[in-house]
Design a protein around this ligand. Structure first.
Ligand SMILES: NC(=O)c1ccc[n+]([C@@H]2O[C@H](COP(=O)([O-])OP(=O)(O)OC[C@H]3O[C@@H](n4cnc5c(N)ncnc54)[C@H](O)[C@@H]3O)[C@@H](O)[C@H]2O)c1
Length: 411
């Protein structure tokens, strides 16, 4: 009996030992597998972490690079005067991306005003005003003045219109629309916001003049159905509309009759005497004089015109004012002056005269002198030299896209 009990006890212990050993084995196994698994997941986390860290490093360096580049490219604007709220005006310039308009933009911005340009870029270029884009006082709107515009302004310089014969003859109907419907729209805007408006009119309102030099009282001699009529008559109607608004709506209007103007930022396609002759001389091509060259012109430098426009806008004088340089030269003289300043081997050649080409042009500027204390200051030769430099640079810029630039066959 004792023996039996002893055997049973032994067997139970063995069983117990087996159970203990199995449990120990399973425990150890699970411990080992847990260790292995956690080790694996740890190493997974680590590689993920490394990947994230390297992505962050890449992004950081990209951000640093962008900050650096933005810093480098941060636009430097020309210095502008600080004007108090009372003195600062909101000024609209229609056609402000063009030749004259862009110089006017520069002057008014530097004076510290808020300037808005509207332009349809028919002859204007963004490049003329790009140095102001982004400035807090400057705004550029791509807009055609044949459509109405609603903005708040104190003064309007209304310059939008093609100005040179090849440009305004390219689309005569559009030229008339711009000077009539466009001017009505700008006058309507001026009336709504009670802004003073200055119209950039032209010596072309005198047509082929019978009075010399031209005074503002002269009514002109224009062929209403000739090739220049879309521009000449368009400007004449624009003047008429300004004075109708002044009379009927009490609008403050200023009218400048601008004579031929030249300077940097003239369009290469301008097609008038100064730009044509300079471009031809710079490229050693024949300098083309239309007619016998005895017809006269008077040329003012663009900065003088800008002085005159601002003086007129801020004056109390509301009748038309001639703005031009009374120094008169024949077209043949201009050709010789420009040839001698540029140098080179160009020959001066005559071509048939243009229809309705005015024979004499010279402003009487006694009104500008009396009411605005204005007269041109830049000597013609100095102005031509600056313009030659400008066209030289323009030609070298365009060398990549074309071999030679040929001015259009018009003056
Ligand atoms: N440059 C001169 O010798 C001269 C002489 C007399 C008068 N003017 C007058 O001065 C003004 C400026 O002449 P410019 O020489 O600077 O000419 P420009 O051709 O360089 O400038 C005219 C500007 O008006 C813009 N424009 C034309 N039609 C428009 C429209 N429908 N809507 C919006 N913008 C339009 C053009 O894109 C251009 O930027 C014109 O009104 C012109 O008649 C100039």
């Amino acid at each position: 009996m004792n023996m039996l009990a002893y055997i049973l006890f032994f067997l139970r212990c063995k069983k117990l030992m087996q159970i203990i050993c199995t449990s120990l084995f399973l425990g150890a196994l699970s411990l080992v597998s847990y260790g292995t698994l956690s080790k694996a997941s740890n190493s997974l986390d680590l590689s993920e972490n490394l990947l994230v860290q390297s992505e962050i490093r890449k992004l950081k360096s990209r951000v640093n690079h962008l900050e650096y580049v933005t810093c480098l490219r941060k636009k430097k604007y020309p210095d502008v005067t600080f004007l108090t709220y009372k003195d600062r005006k909101r000024i609209l310039i229609t056609g402000g991306a063009g030749f004259v308009g862009s110089h006017l933009v520069d002057r008014l911005m530097i004076q510290g005003h808020e300037v808005t340009v509207i332009d349809n870029f028919f002859t204007g270029r963004k490049r003329n005003i790009e140095h102001w884009i982004g400035h807090e006082n400057f705004e550029l709107l791509h807009h055609d003045i044949v459509n109405p515009l609603y903005i708040e302004v104190d003064q309007i310089y209304h310059l939008a219109s093609p100005a040179s014969p090849p440009n305004y003859m390219y689309n005569p109907i559009k030229t008339i629309k711009t000077n009539t419907i466009g001017t009505i729209n700008v006058l309507g805007l001026a009336k709504r916001v009670r802004a003073r408006i200055l119209l950039a009119s032209t010596s072309e309102v005198y047509g082929d003049p019978e009075v010399h030099p031209q005074v503002e009282e002269y009514w002109g001699h224009v062929n209403p159905i000739g090739p220049r009529a879309c521009y000449d008559e368009g400007k004449r109607v624009a003047e008429t509309m300004c004075y109708a608004y002044a009379k009927q709506e009490n609008l403050e209007v200023r009218v400048s009759r601008i004579f031929n103007t030249f300077g940097p930022r003239m369009h290469m396609n301008d097609g008038r005497v100064v730009s044509n002759f300079i471009l031809q001389a710079l490229q050693n091509e024949p300098i083309t004089v239309y007619g016998d060259g005895t017809q006269t012109r008077s040329f003012q430098y663009v900065s003088d015109l800008v002085d005159g426009l601002i003086a007129l806008m801020n004056s109390n004088y509301s009748q038309p004012v001639n703005l031009g340089n009374p120094e008169e030269h024949s077209v043949m003289e201009f050709a010789k002056i420009i040839k001698s300043l540029v140098g080179g081997d160009s020959k001066i050649v005559n071509r048939p005269a243009m229809q309705d080409d005015p024979q004499r042009r010279r402003p009487n500027i006694s009104k500008a002198l009396k009411y605005l204390n204005w007269k041109p200051r830049i000597a013609m030769i100095a102005g031509i030299n600056r313009t030659i430099e400008y066209f030289r640079n323009e030609l070298s810029r365009s060398q990549h896209s074309q071999r030679n630039f040929h001015p259009p066959d018009l003056v």
